[in-house]
Design a protein around this ligand. Sequence first.
Ligand SMILES: [Zn+2]
Length: 324
Amino acid sequence: MRAVLYSGLARSTIKILSRAGTAWLESPRLAQIPWLIHAFSTRRGGISAAPCAGLNLGLTESDRRERVEENRQRFFRALGAKNFTVPALRQIHSSHSFVVGRDGDGRLSYQLPGAGSIAAAAEKPPAGDGLMTAEPGILLNIRVADCLPLLLVDTRRRVVAAVHAGWRGALARIIEKSVGDMRRAFGSDPGKLLAAVGPSIRACCYEVGQEVVEAFHGSFAKAKSFFLPLRTRPEAATDRHSILFLSAYPPGHAPEHLPAARLDLAVVARHQLVTAGLKPANILIADYCTACRTDLFFSHRREGPATGRQAAVIGIVDTRKRRG
Ligand SMILES: [Zn+2]
């Protein structure tokens, strides 16, 4: 099924790497770029305890701040990025991305690429779902637990971006917009960009309600290709109780939690990247479903809201001095 969904794509043979007990995924194609650091974390490593056992990289109510901080340090050290500055971002399922830079005093600045102008973020940490930078020594960091993490690289202009896309952000076209933001802020040519799509919940596990199906069909002419039908449950058709339950609602008013189809966020991501001008051969997809692989990843859908968060990170190595 997966091979059919992703036919015509360059499928990344994403690699799992491990150092000092901490494991992460990298794209061999991106790993060839000498000035780049990138990774999709797994839950292997770290000191967090259940229900977010392992390398939890998100501040959650179910974990202690000092554990998350220790996990972050271990992860960044394993990547050789311990001296990088990590920008903050309050993720809100939007379509906004910020350009991260440094002000005259070397402090991080966050700017919103607007039409023709760039406005500074009013809040700290800024609320949005994408970060991009051309500045060395900054490690962009997106946290997810089923949502789709995306990394973008412009090798010509040395610009990198990290994007967080759940169904709401994908519906708001955050992926397509991020490519446009890179073009606007840095003059990036979409035809030359590389994209790495990290592990997320996939169609095998991501049942969504009718309101989600309808929202995508209202916004995307190709929405049909984003969904698979629910798996058939022959017993349900003959289950008198479920029929009684369903018929208790007037037509078209079934409760929202009833699944209507299965959504594949990776297909939505690929569609938006191609629409934005990327070449399919430059789109690398990590073929992992977070809900299928809770041995490797945290999954909100499979494990509930108390689970941890993995991270996608990307940064430009400062070649002027050695970074540890
Ligand atoms: Zn799955």
